[in-house]
Ligand binder design. Structure first.
Ligand SMILES: [Zn+2]
Length: 249
């Protein structure tokens, strides 16, 4: 295989001395590879075979069975993320989400750059909760379950304003259709705009997005419930994040 950039989504021990790393690569999409000896401290692969590492990877084999790492060079270790409990919890959520949504060795244009931009944003001190929400809204497209935010999810009329998001009907509903879903989530008028922004924003030009805690909580709740209901995705890393919030760590 040719050399490729890759981010480590997951690294698990394999035997006493090896690791299996799941990489998101720019060239081959998601791919698992055996990193022989990566658990030995003196191994060249030890420091790069860690979650969130961005590097140049040279892989071989894998035509039948798992690929192996023949060489890996560090590009960015994201130290600023791994030294911060919250930021590493958020990057773990993003990595796990990516791993769950992507099939191995399939092409998903833009996902590698998306995750890389998100990690850089986390590293640069941007609001991790906002980054995670943007990331999820973008990944819904990749997962094939992107909600239509332009039309009422019940009657199909074009929609400018909405104060209810229906998880059941997969989107916002207009004023006339509010009663159609008694479990529709109430949202402030600007939440719909925000969700649209998250869906469409150009991540390469991501500036500072200042939002109140209440607005962030509302949009987070909608995105999370939508993903759990329509994607069946419940993240283990998200539970850890919940614990951090619960104990206000
Ligand atoms: Zn309607």
């Amino acid at each position: 295989m040719e050399k490729t950039e890759g981010i480590v989504l997951r690294a698990i021990d394999y035997g006493e001395t090896n690791k299996i790393v799941t990489l998101l690569t720019s060239r081959y999409g998601k791919i698992a590879a055996l990193a022989k000896g990566a658990n030995k401290p003196q191994s060249r692969l030890a420091s790069v075979s860690q979650p969130f590492i961005h590097g140049h990877w040279l892989l071989y084999g894998g035509h039948s069975g798992m690929a192996s790492v023949s060489q890996a060079d560090l590009i960015e270790s994201f130290r600023g993320i791994r030294e911060d409990l919250h930021r590493s919890a958020y990057s773990a959520c993003m990595a796990e989400f990516t791993d769950r949504v992507l099939e191995e060795r399939a092409s998903y244009p833009g996902v590698f750059q998306l995750l890389l931009h998100m990690f850089h944003g986390l590293q640069d001190g941007k609001d991790p909760s906002v980054l995670f929400q943007i990331f999820q809204m973008k990944m819904l497209f990749t997962a094939g379950i992107q909600p239509d935010l332009q039309h009422c999810a019940y009657c199909g009329k074009p929609l400018d304003r909405s104060s209810r998001f229906s998880i059941r009907f997969s989107g916002p509903v207009c004023h006339d259709c509010q009663e159609a879903d008694p479990h529709g989530i109430w949202m402030k008028p600007n939440i719909l705009k925000l969700l649209k922004l998250f869906q469409q924003i150009d991540i390469t030009r991501l500036g500072k997005i200042d939002l109140s805690e209440e607005v962030k909580r509302q949009s987070d709740r909608i995105i999370r419930q939508y993903i759990e209901e329509h994607g069946g995705i419940y993240l283990k890393s998200r539970q850890f994040l919940d614990q951090l919030d619960k104990y206000q760590l």
